[in-house]
Write a protein that binds this ligand. Sequence first.
Ligand code: FES
Length: 374
Amino acid sequence: MTSAPAPVSDTSARLAPPVGLLAELTHRCPLQCPYCSNPLELERAKDELPTDVWQRVFQDAADLGVLQLHLSGGEPAVRTDLEALVAHGAGAGLYTNLITSGVTLNESRLHALRDAGLAHVQISLQDVDAANADRLAHYEGAHAKKLRLAEAVRKTGLALTLNAPIHRHNVMRTADFIDLAVAAGARRLEIAHVQYYGWALANRAALMPTRAQMDESIAIVEEARVRLKGILTIDLVVPDYYAIRPKPCMGGWGRGLITITPSGKAMPCHAAATIPGLLFDNVRDRPLAEIWTSSAAFAQFRGTDWMLEPCRSCDLRERDWGGCRCQALAFTGDARNADPACAKSGWHAAFTAAAAAEASAEPPPFRFRRMAAP
Ligand code: FES
């Protein structure tokens, strides 16, 4: 920490366009992963945006300067209009990426998506052990279907990334994930220690690895990065609970990403709805460019003016942007506080101790991701 220079904030006059648009096309999903980052209150099919509104949003995004379109969910492939959505996004000039569980897509639909302009497919894996993978997904045969889709993606020539959310039930197989990614012909693998939002936060005690397990998995990734240079790029996400510095969540609030929920709420991150008092504009009612520059929810934590100490006078405040607002709220009760992942936060010791205590205790049963009864 240093003496306090005047905080610097963004102004709309020099607000750059977002790089990415995350379109959560639906919260419907055949899988029930207990670490899902979707909210506990899942949005229903009847409230989902229709095809023409999504298409207008994609054109608005391209006009605004967005470069990447991430089609996500839930499972985006349960939308029967996925091909039309991909065609529109790609036609607008967006690099179009499909983030899928991989259990509902077959080869012919994959070809149709490629022909519509899809550029990239990201498939999430629960484990490399098929029985444990299916247990985590609560879906028998899920793992085998994912491997078949990965093979089909490779054959189509589409870029393939595998995503491995890591936790105490699979962290011991980090090296096997890397071997699997090489064998599947993926060019990129995300070894992503679970971030605790949504269902993952509700299941934190069942998922948290020990510090020693995390350290071992990081060492495995670092060795493999050197060994597999030019063959496989490995992205590593470490668990916030064992960090010293917070991540610049979403690259900073309202700086690089817009998330649109299935019903059309425009949010700075996927968990922003947990923060009380934020008012989200809906893309049904307001153009995307106007939301980006003027929405109260995006302005709330943009820049640094909103910061309290220790963030306000910290040298790194424009590098990490105070960390994660949703995590600050979840652990400290106030979204304006420093992310407790930061060693400068007064909550940091309790944050780390909570992880250590949960990781060393017997894991409780999972609370699987399910839509609440109507
Ligand atoms: Fe909302 Fe980090 S998930 S700011």
